[in-house]
Unconditional design. Sequence first.
Lengths: 134, 367
Amino acid sequence: MADTAGKTLLYPEDLKYVKSHEYIRVEGDSVVIGVTSFAADQLGDVTYVELPKVGANFKKEDKFGVIESVKSVSDLYMPVSGLVTAVNDRLSSEPELVNLDCYTEGWMIKVTLANPSELEAALSAEQYKQLASE
Amino acid sequence: MTTAQLKQTPLASAHTQLGARMVDFAGWFMPVQYRSIVTEHNAVRTKVGIFDVSHMGEFWIQGSGATEFLQQMVANDVTRLTAPNTALYTQMCNDEGGTVDDLIVYRLDSGYMLVVNASNIEKDWKWLSSHATRSTNVKMTNISDQTALLALQGPAAVNLLASLAGDHIKDIPSFHYGDGLIDGIKAAWGRTGYTGEDGFEIFVDIDKVEALWNTLLEKGQPAGIEPCGLGARDTLRLEATLPLYGHELDDTTGPLEAGLGWSVKLDKGDFIGSTVLRNQKENGLPKQMVCLRTDGRALPRQGYSVYNGDTKIGTVTSGSQGIFVGYPIACAFVPPEFAKVGTKLAVEIRESKVAAEVVKRPFYKRP
């Protein structure tokens, strides 16, 4: 397994965040969803990511998958409502991408927004950073 | 329980300074990981790692009745410790054949030292004390609070210690110990461990342990030493299939069921629990520990159910990614008819049954 040690915690300004530690990258009427560097660091070495199939429909706060590390297992929750249009298949063979690069190579799903106004409730980088450091 | 109420080893602030993630382990404020469990695990398999295990308990058992007393209390045969500087692994059983604790017994110049699990220090002390009243000439001393313990483990561990304590330590056989100075610090070291690798466990006074820890970390830099937490300790011991009390051994699970028959000497005479263990040996075990390798990437974890077809036959007691071997591994207890190597079973992981096969013990054996 890859050495995932020594990564610093970052919260890019151009992303939105939710309390359950997922991030949202807005791309037109779609969003890319993954877990934050804080979540990846708390989990430790990720060994398995279980993601939904393309075409799955979720409401905000629905469970959409499972993330498992050497230490623990956690559910993944939808930060918005929508239809899954793409899934990062690389995570099935390279789950450590979540530790190494959660915001780009370690993305999880792409979703067409059902209700774009839900984004208004999401946290900014600054707000999330405060939450994560509490 | 808040952090302030947890017991601390003398190295608590050293761990925090190294960036360790600290947790409550059996009432102790202990490092679970420094950099990453995977990094630490692989360092011990390929280089060298150092662990603070000062939370472990140490008791002296002395007096003219010490040998006779221990023969009653433990399942292994302490009269085999005839040579000086020897030690053995054993279990204390209860009257029902379950396990009070597993431990290492060191033979000292006068009497013995028992090294017991941190989570069981009080229970063991009470258990031993309640039986010591029946024997004469046994003096017990709990030195846990004065004694720190470091584990130096990995293929580079022996050379690292030899560079600081002298080349003669290379000749100490497994389960033997020696004492002297490590870079000027008085200590004793046993050729034992809980990782499946070669190495030493080093006993030192609590006021000297920080100096020793820092020296070993500094002098171990060229060899690639990593400070290792309880997370890696657990994944390493599971890969080496060493039992953990509370998982593979407990008050209702005995050493034969856990596959530790090599350390149970039923021919030495009666000891606490021997009647039940003898009966198990003659008439069959109620349950038996197996090593399981599961398919896929989802991990079998403690408490998950083991199935034969649609029938639940057992429970996982420890499970994780086998970090060095490269696949998910678990220990589980099943009826003996399912314990044969090659038996195809399944582990239920989040509502789906994942294929599992009984494999040879241990998962990992050092080359």
